[in-house]
Design a binder for this molecule. Structure first.
Ligand SMILES: Cc1cc2nc3c(=O)[nH]c(=O)nc-3n(C[C@H](O)[C@H](O)[C@H](O)COP(=O)(O)OP(=O)(O)OC[C@H]3O[C@@H](n4cnc5c(N)ncnc54)[C@H](O)[C@@H]3O)c2cc1C
Length: 362
């Protein structure tokens, strides 16, 4: 019997495995494709805040950015590179946003070379995506297999009719999940990034139309595209790698002129985003049972989340969009405190908010 079974070994599954293993729990971690085989393995894994005017997501990412920078540096310094980031506005609308951001932010802004458009510079970081997921997963028992069945019986979960765990965490990203609830609508956005060799030297991270990493030994990473039309599990035609590369290099060339380019490797995967781009953590509402409860009012502006029925000892961590490497350490800390100490999770991060919205429309 394991204490916890985590399904999905991307950055979210790896971070929650790390938190729970560090607290002394026996964790079993599943991924059908191997550690970091989904969106996480594709990520350029830049760690930066969100440059917007205001909003909940900006605030969350600000907190998570500060937390994750410290987390990676303290616990995995060899897999984390601190790098100065120069963020450049894409257009005039973006320029206005960046001006407001610069006025309001409490982050230390650095002097930097003037750019053609409004820009800012600050200390940020880059994670070695796949190696980081592996390092975080080290203390868990890893099984490379697809979780096809999940049954709750006699007070614990039976996984694939073979393994037992007291608690389950779903960290399946935008890939097919095991429990299907109609109100959880996570959108998979396909992305492509590349590693290149170039004679151009780039000392800093540059973010504008795409993100360009600093160069090391003539190599650098560029990413990523946002393709909302392609889905690896639904499309019958294979993804067009050549046109993806072309798009990335064209976008990069608008920021930096890259000389003598040779593409070394392509990375592709799905990001998983919610309707309001906020991530989801914590227990999962059982929609059928909750809807049957006649004492609950669904047509209300102030839903009572505590009246809903939830799957026993089952939670999720998902919906990190394009910020998985910024959010995961912080979200995993919140989720482990919830699992281990019953610490409340903000209603803005709970799955119940999806359910309430969906049930209201029924
Ligand atoms: C090209 C690209 C570039 C990106 N760049 C950045 C960046 O610079 N910075 C940043 O912070 N974020 C970036 N992101 C976003 C980031 O990668 C995601 O937010 C993050 O990967 C989400 O992690 P996850 O663990 O939720 O999902 P995933 O990494 O997708 O992991 C989910 C895993 O679950 C497994 N799985 C699903 N169902 C099952 C099942 N039934 N049984 C077993 N296994 C299952 C899948 O195989 C998969 O490995 C980028 C994403 C892409 C695609």
């Amino acid at each position: 019997m394991y204490d916890v079974a985590v399904i999905g070994a991307g950055i979210n599954g790896a971070c929650i495995s790390y938190e729970l293993s560090s607290a002394g729990k026996r964790v079993i971690l599943f991924d059908e494709g191997g550690i970091a085989s989904g969106g996480s393995g594709a990520a350029g894994a830049f760690v930066s805040p969100k440059f917007s005017k205001s909003g909940e997501l900006k605030e969350l990412l600000h907190t998570a950015f500060l937390y994750s920078m410290e987390f990676y540096e303290k616990n995995f310094p060899k897999l984390f590179t601190k790098a100065i980031l120069i963020h450049i506005a894409k257009d005039s609308v973006d320029e206005e946003i960046l001006r407001i951001y610069k006025e309001k932010t409490s982050l230390e802004l650095l002097a930097h070379k003037e750019q053609k458009r409004e820009s800012l510079s600050l200390n940020a970081g880059i994670v070695d995506a796949a190696l980081m997921c592996q390092a975080l997963s080290k203390s868990a028992t890893f099984k490379q297999e697809k979780v096809k069945s999940l049954e709750y019986s006699d007070g614990s979960w039976v996984i694939n009719e073979r393994y037992r765990a007291k608690e389950v965490v779903l960290a399946t990203g935008a890939y097919d999940t095991v429990i299907h609830e109609p109100y959880i609508k996570l959108r998979g956005v396909w992305g492509h990034r590349i590693d290149i060799r170039t004679t151009t030297d780039n000392p800093n991270s540059l973010h504008q139309f795409v993100s360009i990493s600093p160069s090391r030994d003539g190599h650098l990473a560029i990413g990523a595209t946002h393709n909302v039309h392609y889905h690896p599990q639904r499309d019958t035609e294979p993804y067009d790698i050549a046109s993806g590369r072309e798009e990335i290099l064209e976008k990069a060339s608008r920021t930096l002129s890259l000389e003598n380019v040779e593409v070394l490797k392509d990375y592709m995967g799905l990001r998983s985003g919610s309707f309001d781009y906020m991530p989801i953590i914590g227990s999962l509402v059982m929609s059928g049972e909750t809807l049957e409860n006649k004492s609950i009012k669904f047509q209300t502006k102030k839903p009572n989340f505590s009246a809903y029925s939830y799957y026993p000892n089952l939670s999720m961590i998902n919906g990190s969009g394009g910020y998985g490497f910024v959010l995961a350490p912080y979200l995993a800390k919140l989720l482990s405190a919830y699992i281990l100490e019953d610490k409340e999770i903000s209603p803005r991060l709970q799955s119940a908010r999806f359910f309430a919205r969906w049930a209201k429309k029924l």
